[in-house]
Design a protein around this ligand. Structure first.
Ligand code: COA
Ligand code: AMP
Length: 630
């Protein structure tokens, strides 16, 4: 069927569309209907069905005779190792881990935080938690202890599962001390922790609290899959919002599996048994959906890659992995391709490998610039598809669904809306804008299965952050437009979120950290354009009256403070001291105007500006830092 026919079929009868998609999932008890709208505008899907996430991702494939198929390939150019785990082995490992967790008291509904690098045990931990009907929350390894502490206090986990360390190129990152520090900072204390010791930096275990990953599983009985209601949370994933308090995106069990499974063939164009590789991290939504649950639920082989696009050992790593493991569909972030392109513009490494298995490449996480897409298409000779989604939705809102139809790509556009998403472009008053006009991108509610039904313990915040600006719609936080043929163009965020190397970060959270510096009176953090990472954060700080310290000293302390409080992933390296910040007469800091100055793009002086002369001072300060960059 064509894309248009499928989209239309969904629009005509969403209930029938999703009930049919649900047939591909294994249920202990089938749901009586798809949409549950009694609490609209809070919607749920398949609530009265009974099923288990881990059963769908693992056990059912073993029962169907696919036990010998490889489920997970761990490819770690950093340690120089490759390991393969079949579905049957995965079932055995996950059932035993779940049994050991249960023996320590983990039950349905308990939260378990997972703080692990790119090792297969991270997926095993996720699957073991969902096997018990418990709820995991994976925290990205590049975050600092304080960020982990905030998540511990919000999720109140019974247990934390961590590795002793992660491995960055040329650097071992000890995770265990970060975990200890986070637990010390947090008001909530987990009952116990499980530590996977890695030989690069074994950790000292805390008596009475920490258990060794292998030792605590010895003799544990295999746990069966616990069937849960369709609207039981499978996981919570924290993502950046406007403030330092991250949003706990909740994912319900049934909609998650139904939707992800649907995307594997229809969007990513893979058949069960084929190899699917998302070069992301389990700490991000892409890792949840397309390293773990999507490919496994659909019976694909997934790759857990512990490396970087360049430097591990070279800019040919991606092509080596694709060729060695016969990857059919590859998913990465534009920034990763930009890093490869910078080192190997002519594609010398590409020529060294047989990439005949590769059918298509998908890019997301940030806007894909046309240059990068064209370079990748020329090098790889397969469709390179930009597609748009968010942690909140868990899978693509817009894409070119190659499994349905090879629609033409339009450079600069992530494609057309996927079934389930009725995407509109709205003006400030909520009225719909015609094609070509820039506005807020919103989705008519209900959002489809698998998207966030609420925020963890924060329904009021869910309503105010997403549902109240445009009644009847979910506000995506992105601005853009659509063309005459319905292709979407995503241009910018409408809030304080920036995208640094495909990582979603909050400038508001960084401002909170800067404001806590004793010499800082006032500050702003803006996202400035960067050729490699898409955007980089840049701080502007005003010092307290009477502070006579050297600006460079305060700036260095600010940089160190953001790294310590948020983590290295924030990539906060540049800041400057200014006398004053430009504001509106009502006192709002003009961040977008400063970002335009830094990027060297034309801007209008806002009519509401209090003192336009301040913009000259900002221009001079940014100029001294090298902005706009040439
Ligand atoms: N654990 C600990 N530290 C981590 C980490 C982790 N899991 N991930 C990143 N970091 C650290 C890095 O070591 C680096 O630290 P440094 O300041 O000491 O150098 C810092 O966080 C920034 O890391 P990163 O964003 O990876 O930048 P980089 O300069 O090391 O590499 C790229 C640049 C473009 C190669 C890299 O950002 C990349 O591969 N991006 C793709 C991102 C991606 O796939 N995103 C998922 C969305 S689909
Ligand atoms: P995350 O929640 O980390 O997936 O980040 C989601 C945000 O990243 C979106 O709201 C967009 O701002 C941005 N984003 C993701 N994919 C794209 C894309 N293909 N084009 C433009 N922006 C994107």
């Amino acid at each position: 069927m064509s894309y248009a026919a499928v989209y239309d079929a969904w629009k005509q009868d969403p209930e029938a569309f999703w009930m049919q998609a649900a047939e591909a999932i294994s249920w202990e008890r089938k749901p009586s209907k798809a949409l549950f709208d009694a609490r609209a505008p809070i919607y749920e899907w398949f609530s009265d069905g009974l099923l288990n996430t881990c059963y769908n991702a693992v056990d059912r494939h073993v029962e169907a005779g696919r036990g010998d198929q490889v489920a997970i390939i761990h490819d770690s150019p950093i340690t120089g190792t490759i390991a393969r785990i079949t579905y049957a082995e995965l079932q055995e490992r996950v059932a035993r881990l779940a049994g050991a967790l249960r023996a320590q008291g983990v039950e349905k509904g308990d939260r378990v935080i997972i703080y692990m690098p790119m090792v297969p045990e991270a997926l095993e931990a996720m699957l073991a938690v969902t096997r018990l009907g418990a709820i995991h929350s994976v925290v990205f390894g590049g975050f600092a202890a304080r960020e982990l502490a905030v998540r511990i206090d919000d999720a109140a986990p019974r247990a934390i599962i961590a590795a002793s360390c992660g491995l960055e190129p040329g650097r071992v990152v000890p995770y265990k001390p970060l975990m200890d520090e986070a637990i010390a900072m947090a008001a909530h204390k987990p009952d116990f922790c499980v530590i996977l010791q890695r030989e690069q930096a074994p950790a000292t275990l805390t008596e009475g609290r920490d258990l060794d990953w292998h030792a605590f599983q010895q003799g544990a009985a295999a746990a069966e899959c616990v069937a849960v209601e369709g609207n039981h949370p499978a996981y919570i994933l924290y993502t950046s919002g406007t403030t330092g308090q991250p949003k706990g995106v909740v994912r319900h069990t049934a909609g998650h599996l139904v939707a992800l499974n649907w995307t594997m063939k229809n969007i990513y164009n893979v058949e069960p048994g084929e190899v699917f590789w998302a070069a992301s991290d389990v700490g991000w939504v892409v890792g949840h959906s397309y390293i773990c649950y999507g490919p496994l639920t659909h019976g694909n082989t997934t790759i857990v890659f512990e490396g970087k696009p360049v430097g591990t050992p070279d800019a040919g790593t991606f092509w080596r992995v694709i060729s060695e493991h016969k990857v059919r569909s590859f998913f990465t972030a534009p920034t990763a391709f930009r890093a490869v392109k910078r080192e190997d513009p002519a594609g010398e490494f590409v020529k060294k490998y047989d990439l005949s298995s590769l059918g298509q490449v998908y890019l997301a996480g940030e806007r894909a610039d046309p240059d990068t897409i064209l370079w990748a298409e020329t090098q790889l000779k397969v469709p390179v598809i930009d597609h748009w989604w968010q942690t909140e939705t868990g899978y693509p809102i817009a894409a070119i669904p190659l499994g349905l139809e090879r629609l033409p790509v339009r450079l600069g556009s992530p494609g057309v809306p996927m079934p389930g998403f009725d995407v509109r472009v709205l003006g400030e008053d909520g009225s719909e804008l015609p094609p070509g006009e820039l506005g807020a991108i919103a989705i008519r509610t209900p959002l489809p299965p698998g998207c966030l039904p609420t925020l963890w313990n924060a329904e009021a915040r869910f309503r105010s952050a997403y549902l109240e600006t445009f009644p009847g719609y979910y506000e995506t936080g992105d601005a853009g437009y659509r063309d005459e043929d319905g292709y979407l163009y995503i241009m910018a965020r409408t809030d304080d979120v920036i995208n640094v190397a495909g990582h979603r970060l909050s400038t508001g959270a960084m401002e909170e950290v800067l404001a806590s510096h004793p010499d800082v009176a006032e500050c702003a953090v803006i996202g400035v354009a960067d050729k490699l990472k898409g955007q980089l954060p840049l701080g502007l700080v005003c010092l307290n009256a009477g502070c006579e310290r050297a600006a460079e000293e305060v700036v260095a302390e600010c940089v160190a403070l953001v790294r310590e409080r948020i983590g290295p992933v924030a990539a906060f390296r540049k800041a400057c001291v200014v006398e004053r910040l430009p504001k509106t007469r009502s006192g709002k800091i003009l961040r977008a105007t400063m970002a335009a100055i830094a990027d060297g793009v034309e801007y209008k002086i806002p009519a509401t500006i209090d003192d336009p002369a301040i913009l000259d001072e900002i221009e001079a300060a940014l100029g001294a830092l090298g902005y706009p960059a040439g």
